[in-house]
Design a binder for this molecule. Structure first.
Ligand SMILES: Cc1cc2nc3c(=O)[nH]c(=O)nc-3n(C[C@H](O)[C@H](O)[C@H](O)COP(=O)(O)O)c2cc1C
Length: 172
């Protein structure tokens, strides 16, 4: 079975909490299926070791990447992701940052495509209220969209459904 590597960056812990939930859901599919790394203290070159990747970032500033991702962005840019399936998840605040909701997903998706990877795990935009997001492609987000600031009660069911979707899209 393909191994999956998850890399995330988190400033106040919300993306980390989501990463834990995703890890628990993957645990139901196979004990050692998923390795998890916080980019604050991981070598992003390890992404090369996996057929399937999950990348997670909250959005900060004016719809930018989380800071720890910024720190390793040059290293990420040196990777070759061709042949890899890459799913993305984002944390954002749809009411507080309604014009740049989840924009970091777009930054991640653009980089993955530039490096030859295939973005999978698109997520419907139903059930959210916001004015604008760069992370939309048609009526779907470029990855799982979570909002711990306003809709934390929906996070477990969203994670569960998304991991079930990834099981198919990753071919696990
Ligand atoms: C100064 C500041 C800027 C933010 N900018 C955005 C933004 O542009 N878009 C968005 O969707 N959320 C934005 N957020 C909300 C965070 O992404 C959200 O709180 C997230 O859950 C933080 O996750 P983390 O603790 O893993 O970093 C911002 C929050 C703060 C405090």
């Amino acid at each position: 079975m393909a191994k999956v590597g998850m890399f995330y960056g988190s400033t106040t812990g919300n993306t980390e909490t989501a990463a834990d939930l995703i890890q628990k859901e993957f645990g139901k599919l196979g004990a050692d299926l998923l390795d998890v790394f916080n980019v604050a203290d991981a070598n992003v070159a390890k992404m090369a070791d996996y057929d399937c990747l999950i990348l997670g970032s909250s959005s900060w500033g004016d719809g930018e990447l989380q800071d720890d991702w910024d720190e390793v962005w040059n290293e990420v840019g040196k990777l070759d992701l061709s042949g890899k399936k890459v799913a993305l998840f984002g944390l954002g605040d749809q009411f507080g940052f309604s014009d740049t909701f989840q924009d970091a997903l777009k930054v991640l998706a653009d980089k993955v495509k530039e490096l030859g990877g295939e973005v999978v795990g698109m997520w419907p935009n139903e059930g959210y209220e916001f004015d604008d997001s760069a992370a939309l492609m048609g009526d779907k987000f470029l990855g799982l969209s979570l909002d711990e600031d306003n809709q934390s009660e929906l996070t477990p069911e969203r994670v569960k459904a998304w991991v079930a979707q990834l099981k198919d899209e990753f071919g696990l």
